[in-house]
Design a protein. Structure first.
Length: 297
C-alpha cells in the first residue's frame, strides 16, 4: 500500500443532547473526499476516541467506510494501547473494516528505540492491516531519531509514518534525505516545509477547512511549482494556527460549527468547548480575501 496525498482525520460531531451526529460526520467525510483528499482517518486523536463507547466507535468506522468505498479512497482507523498484546487485539478487530491502522508509539512507558521496534515488529507480524506508525514524541514521551524511524519503515507490514515531532531539525533532514516512502506530515503547521523536503503527504486536522487548497499545496510541491507552494504554504499555516488555537479538536470544532458544517462545537470531557471570541477575526477576514466559503470546502 502506498501512502500519499492529504488525509483528513475526522472530528466526531455531537448533537445538542450529546449524541453522535452521524449525518454531519457523513457530510464531512464526503466533502473531504470530493475536495480531493486521498483518504480519511477515523478515531484519530481529532476524533476523541477515548470519549466514545464501543458502539459509537463502530458507528464512526461504518460511516467513514461507506464514504471511502464510494470514493475509492483509503480509510485508516486509529488503534492501539500502551501494551503490545492489547494493541494486537485491537488490530485484529479491524480486519475487513479499514485499509490501514494508525498506531501511536506507546505513550508514557518510554520503552526506548529498541522497545518501540520490537513492539511494531510484533504487531506487524500478526496485523491483518498495514500499519501507519504515529510518531508524536511530545505526547508519547518517546523521542526517536532518523535511524530508528527508518528501521520502523523497513518493517514488513508498515506502510508509513505519521510524522509529528513538533518541529524540523537535523533528524528530520536526515530522515527525508534517505527518501523513504510513506512519510506523512502530522504537524499541520510544518506541512509545506516537510513536503519540500520530500514527505509524501500529510494527516492534517486543519485540512477539514479548505481541503482543496491543502490538496493543491501537495500537488504544487509534487509538480515542482515552488512559487505557488510557498504562497499556499504560508496561507495554510495561518489557517492551521487558527485550528489549533485550543486543544485539538476544540478550536477546529468551533470553526466547523461557525461554518454550519457540524451542529454543535461540543466536545466531551476532559476537553472543554472553545470560544472563538475575537481571536479568529483575522482568519475570517482572510477567508473573504481569498473568496473561500468554509461551509463548502
Amino acid at each position: 500500500m502506498e501512502l500519499h496525498g492529504i488525509h483528513v482525520p475526522l472530528v466526531t460531531p455531537f448533537t445538542a443532547d450529546g449524541a453522535l451526529a452521524l449525518d454531519a460526520l457523513e457530510r464531512l467525510a464526503h466533502d473531504s473526499l470530493e475536495a480531493g483528499a486521498a483518504g480519511l482517518v477515523a478515531l484519530g486523536t481529532t476524533g476523541e476516541p477515548g470519549s466514545l463507547t464501543d458502539a459509537e466507535r463502530d458507528a464512526v468506522i461504518e460511516v467513514c467506510r461507506r464514504a471511502t468505498d464510494a470514493h475509492g479512497a483509503l480509510l485508516t482507523v486509529g488503534a492501539g494501547h500502551g501494551g503490545t498484546a492489547r494493541t494486537a487485539e485491537a488490530l485484529t478487530a479491524l480486519d475487513g473494516r479499514a485499509d490501514a491502522a494508525l498506531v501511536a508509539v506507546p505513550a508514557f512507558v518510554r520503552p526506548g528505540a529498541a522497545g518501540v521496534l520490537a513492539h511494531f515488529r510484533a504487531l506487524a507480524a500478526t496485523s491483518p492491516l498495514p500499519l501507519v506508525i504515529y510518531h508524536i514524541p511530545y505526547r508519547t514521551g518517546q523521542p526517536l531519531g532518523a535511524a530508528a524511524l527508518l528501521d520502523l519503515l523497513a518493517l514488513p507490514g508498515v506502510a508509513g509514518i505519521k510524522y509529528a515531532p513538533g518541529g524540523i531539525d537535523e533528524e528530520t533532514v536526515a530522515l527525508l534525505a534517505a527518501e523513504p516512502r510513506g512519510v506523512l506530515a502530522g504537524d499541520d503547521l510544518f506541512l509545506s516545509p516537510l513536503l519540500a523536503l520530500g514527505a509524501d503527504g500529510g494527516v492534517l486536522a486543519s485540512a477539514h477547512l479548505e481541503t482543496a487548497r491543502f490538496v493543491a499545496l501537495h500537488r504544487a510541491w509534487q509538480d515542482g511549482d515552488a512559487a505557488l507552494a510557498r504562497k499556499l504554504g504560508a496561507e495554510l499555516a495561518a489557517l492551521s494556527r487558527s485550528a489549533f488555537a485550543g486543544p485539538n479538536p476544540t478550536a477546529l470544532k468551533a470553526l466547523l460549527h461557525r461554518a454550519g458544517r457540524i451542529p454543535t462545537p461540543a466536545v466531551r470531557l476532559p476537553l472543554l468547548a472553545h470560544d472563538l471570541g475575537d481571536d479568529h477575526d483575522d482568519h475570517r477576514d482572510d477567508q473573504r480575501d481569498h473568496g473561500d466559503d468554509l461551509a463548502h470546502v
